[in-house]
Design a protein around this ligand. Structure first.
Ligand SMILES: *Cc1c(COP(=O)(O)O)cnc(C)c1O
Length: 429
């Protein structure tokens, strides 16, 4: 498979280049040249299959034979090593729990897969790969844990000193091995600037391989399409076409993966892009005009995005037309008060505890499901990751899973540096 840039269809790259570069040279996002439609036999085969089994069957079109099939199969099994269950919440609403991975958020799925693909190309080219990640909290932990122990890849996580929560910090400063954490005297933007300086350093880039691990990387969002198939594998076939999938959305990588699955033949009824007060996509569907905004802070903060980076991909899939998009996708926006009420409602009505992001997905189903439809919302993080907010609205303690607690007892190891790129440079392998 070749990958083209959303800014210029004539610019194509092979898999290795697209994965290691992340962004196309013209700043476009890479898209697969073809999106294959799965054969009818796939749907007969699907019921009851695991993430690993489905992952191989769905993703091989994009990653093989650039990666040989036997190697790829092992990589997929290794990446998708945790359950992603559909859990019944109410009569016609279920939750697809994506938080059973090492850092308790759905970003584990993409990060673990990306890490293995990058490691393959590092082995193949013989030179180590340096992954640079500036983080304000959650991305750092998913990326660091996803790449932990992966041969030939070194991860450098930069975070602003004192500005991430203790639990977030512990998730990427206690790992050791191939993960280095830099506690930067500055703010998130200082960290991001140091990363940008590294990518701009022509001399350094001639000698070393530097890359990033954010959701613009195709090997981070494509694997997320697997759990949409896996959701159907767990419900009766007669319900597939009645199913509405509600995706709590920020940078829109997650829903892009769902739309790719749909293009491959996923037989669901429709999709919802559920958002917080950052409603640029909701407004676009309504008006056809895309107007990026400055992001506003909300209690579902992983979705505080005013200019979703994957909008270019969504747009590409529908020829840029909001009219075409509206046939399949609707979008609902919720204020913090409404999100809090939704958390309380799910708890009181059904005894199910949502995190603030999942609650947005739930609310959109509650408000839009029609007679005969059934809804699945993506539960993108474990409620314990947003403890204070969830406990406030449920009036109850959230049980902290053991694997989250384990991080708290480990010793933090970070390199405290000033916000100066040269101090980072010396550590690049
Ligand atoms: C990143 C994130 C989202 C948003 O996903 P996108 O792919 O950026 O749309 C939603 N919920 C949680 C918990 C996240 O960490």
């Amino acid at each position: 498979m070749k990958y083209y840039s959303t800014n210029n269809r004539a610019h194509v790259a092979d898999l290795k280049t697209a994965v290691l570069k992340g962004l196309a040279p013209d700043k476009g996002l890479y898209m697969p040249e073809q999106i294959p439609v799965l054969p009818a036999s796939f749907w007969d085969w699907l019921p009851g299959k695991s993430m690993g089994e489905i992952g191989f069957e769905v993703l091989k079109y994009y990653f093989c034979p650039d990666i040989p099939e036997d190697k790829f199969k092992a990589m997929v099994e290794d990446a998708f090593n945790f359950p992603v269950p559909v859990v019944k919440v109410g009569d016609n609403i279920s939750s697809l729990e994506l938080f059973h991975g090492p850092t308790l958020a759905f970003k584990d799925v993409g990060a673990r897969f990306l890490a293995r693909v990058m490691s393959y190309f590092a082995d193949f080219g013989g030179r180590p790969i340096n992954v640079l990640a500036a983080t304000s909290g959650d991305t750092g932990s998913a990326v660091a844990n996803g790449f932990l122990g992966v041969p030939n890849v070194y991860v450098h996580v930069l975070y602003p000193s004192g500005l991430v929560s203790e639990i977030q910090e512990k998730q990427f400063t206690t790992l050791g091995q191939n993960i280095t954490a830099y506690e930067v005297d500055g703010v998130f933007d200082s960290c991001q600037r140091m990363v940008k300086d590294a990518f701009m350093d022509a001399e350094l880039n001639k000698e070393k391989i530097l890359t990033s691990a954010n959701s613009i990387n195709l090997a981070r969002f494509l694997p997320q399409s697997v759990y949409y198939f896996h959701a159907l594998a767990q419900i009766p076939r007669k319900d597939w076409e009645k199913t509405v999938i509600s995706v709590p959305s920020g940078n829109f990588g997650d829903i892009t993966a769902g739309l790719i699955a749909w293009k491959m033949g996923l037989p669901v009824g429709r999709f919802i892009a559920a958002v917080n007060a950052n409603r640029v996509f909701t407004d676009f569907l309504e008006t056809g005009v895309y107007k990026p905004m400055a992001s506003v802070a909300t209690i579902a903060n992983a979705m505080d995005v005013g200019d979703p980076s994957n909008f270019a991909r969504v747009s590409e899939l529908f020829g840029g037309s909001n009219v075409e998009m509206k046939k399949l996708i609707s979008s609902y926006s919720y204020t913090d008060d409404m999100i809090g009420e939704a958390i309380a409602e799910v708890k009181n009505k059904y005894g199910y505890v949502c995190d603030p992001h999942g609650a947005v997905g739930y609310a959109a189903l509650r408000d839009s499901l029609k007679e005969g439809e059934i809804g699945i919302f993506l539960e993108t993080a474990h409620p314990a990751k947003f403890l204070a907010t969830v406990e406030k609205f449920t009036n109850d303690n959230v049980k902290i899973p053991e694997r989250l607690q384990k991080f708290m007892t480990r010793e933090k190891k970070s390199i405290n540096i000033a916000a100066d790129y040269n101090l980072l440079k010396t550590n690049i392998k």
